[in-house]
Design a protein. Structure first.
Length: 585
């Protein structure tokens, strides 16, 4: 008999809409009352992102089969269990049109009603027995004991890797050999194990889902075959992007994609969430390297075959047994809609392409604005996240003139290629008008803002850095050999960006579709000029006598703090103009 059913037991951490108070709810309760919750409120943003994708996989599954009233969609054939038997015939133009119109009509009815229809709850209740955390038949996100034994034979290993609660809990991420220095839980023993290994059932579920997305490579037993690499967790390798609405219902609906933009090939694909299949089926498909062509399967992707003893007592230290699974496609052939992408060149005989790019810990999200909003004038070097593309193309006209938050989330690793241990998360967001971020005309807001971001980066990363290097040069420091120089330049540049960050976000959130574009951009350049010159002036005012003495140089004959400061001022002014004057775009 299964224990702790995710549909009935409270485990999803949410913030209530009115008070902001944190509480735990079941899946059924969440979908009934998503409009009353502000957002997911788990222990980490990475955990919230993994949970969000699980919830989205439910929407992707249900509304690929049924409309708002619970009727089967045009062109879709279901078996006795309500599972789609075959993909929509995309060669039949009328079927594709009818299906697309139906799923978007369903989306609009949900948006207008402000809540999810009953068919969503009916579907989940039908799959009730596949949502037990502890079960010997259909354990959630796991394989059974019999399936694990089969996989061990295949891996030619006598036993799986065993990990404990502290390895799952990413607020600790402690190994067996090295204690975490700043653990949120004081260490003491319970049944010969650390109390850090104790998790409540609700915590256990949240961290299990997170672990499947962010695993690392520290464990040893693997099912990877020739030309396959073990998975670190799919979410570990991407720069996650999602849209946040005014409440959790809106957030789910704004990130739900009825039809992937760009190709009718993925219209009406059979959705394959992991709970509808045997654990062994999920694992074997990954081991065979089968491509993922549906979002429900992608959102519930496993990095590990996990076995949890159904008799586990959560009042005691917990452990799970795991085997590494192969990673999934990281190329532009992936249908992943919730990541930024980086272009790459493979060489003379290999094609260029795109792969998911993680967010950088030292960079604010707005610095990737062009990659997120989809600068159509740089298509060869950018690929837009499909979730944003879908919102811009299909939803912004329905949701009307409103503001949304664009959120970015990644997991930072330890830099060790043998373990890729998760050490910290990277999270940032910016607030922007939906019409502004969707205006991709030749002279529209997206192009203008992207240019402003590039110019801001040029001023901070090129002009200001040259000023900093000049200061080091007149002090007789070797720009190539002195490690202090690199640290000084990087630290001061980061300090400038921290000053720019809040100002740029505030400016971006203030933009309205009716604003004069040229005047708005000029206003930002005026603000940026003041910020950058102020930081440069602080360094000038704190210069030393040695800086005033300066040194002879081959380029200008002589440099000191005054000459390089005025060169810096002139460069900034040429690039940004004076005050509100017009500058070259």
């Amino acid at each position: 008999m299964g224990r702790f059913n995710l549909l009935e037991e409270p485990w999803i951490a949410v913030a209530e809409g009115d008070s902001g108070r944190k509480k735990e709810v079941s899946m059924l309760e969440l979908f009934r009352n998503a409009q009353h919750y502000r957002k997911l409120a788990g222990e980490m943003e990475t955990q919230n992102f993994a949970t969000l994708r699980l919830l989205l996989s439910v929407l992707q599954t249900v509304f690929s089969r049924y409309d708002f009233d619970g009727n089967v969609l045009p062109g879709i054939i279901l078996d006795e269990n309500g599972i789609q038997t075959e993909p929509l015939d995309t060669d039949e133009t009328d079927d594709v049109k009818d299906f697309s119109e139906s799923v978007y009509e369903c989306w609009k009815r949900m948006y207008d009603s402000g809540k999810f229809p009953n068919i969503l709850l009916t579907y989940l209740e039908k799959w009730h027995d596949h949502f037990y955390l502890f079960d010997d038949e259909h354990p959630f996100y796991q394989v059974t004991k019999q399936e694990m034994d089969e996989l061990l034979k295949k891996s030619k290993k006598g036993k799986p890797t065993t990990i404990y609660g502290r390895n799952l809990n990413r607020t600790i991420s402690e190994s067996e050999n090295k204690a975490a220095l700043f653990s949120p839980i004081a260490d003491k023993k319970i049944e010969k194990r650390s109390i850090k290994d104790v998790l409540s059932a609700s915590e256990f579920v949240r961290w299990l889902i997170t672990f499947q997305g962010y695993s690392g490579l520290a464990d040893k037993v693997s099912l990877t075959g020739p030309n396959q690499r073990p998975s670190k967790g799919w979410l570990f390798d991407i720069g996650g992007i999602y849209i946040q609405g005014n409440n959790l219902f809106e957030t789910l609906l704004l990130n739900y994609i009825p039809v992937l933009p760009g190709s009718k090939e993925y219209c009406g694909r059979v959705q394959k969430p992991c709970w509808e299949e045997k654990g062994l089926t999920v694992v074997n498909r990954l081991c065979k390297g089968e491509s993922i062509d549906n979002l429900a399967e992608l959102y519930t992707n496993w990095s590990r075959a996990v076995y949890i003893d159904p008799e586990t007592d959560v009042s005691k230290p917990i452990q799970i047994n795991i085997i590494k699974l192969p990673e999934i496609d990281h190329s532009e052939h992936s249908i992943e809609p919730m990541t930024i992408w980086a272009s790459y060149k493979s060489g003379r005989d290999k094609p260029s392409g795109f792969s998911p790019r993680k967010h950088k810990p030292s960079q604010s999200l707005w610095r990737s604005f062009g990659m997120i909003a989809g600068n159509s004038f740089a298509k060869e070097t950018t690929r837009q996240p499909s979730v944003i593309d879908h919102y811009q193309e299909r939803l912004v006209s329905i949701t009307n003139n409103r503001w949304v938050d664009l959120n970015g989330i990644s997991m930072q690793d330890d830099g060790n290629a043998t373990s890729w241990l998760p050490v910290d998360e990277i999270y940032d967001s910016f607030h922007v008008n939906s019409v502004v971020v969707s205006d991709k005309d030749a002279d529209g807001w997206v192009k203008r803002i992207t240019d402003a971001v590039e110019k801001t980066n040029f001023v901070a990363s090129v002009i200001y850095r040259e000023y900093l290097k000049g200061i080091c040069s007149i002090r007789g420091l070797d720009l190539e050999k002195d490690s202090w120089v690199k640290g000084f330049v990087n630290n001061e540049t980061s300090l400038l960006y921290s000053v720019i960050d809040s100002e740029f976000k505030e400016w971006l959130s203030s933009l309205k579709p009716t604003d004069d574009k040229e005047e708005s951009i000029r206003s930002w350049y005026g603000s940026l000029r003041k910020l950058v010159l102020h930081q440069g002036e602080l360094l000038f005012e704190n210069s030393t006598a040695r800086d005033l003495i300066g040194k002879k140089t081959e380029e200008s004959g002589f440099d000191n703090i005054a000459t390089i400061y005025w060169k810096f001022v002139n460069s900034v002014t040429r690039t940004l103009g004076k005050g509100g004057q017009k500058v070259e775009q």
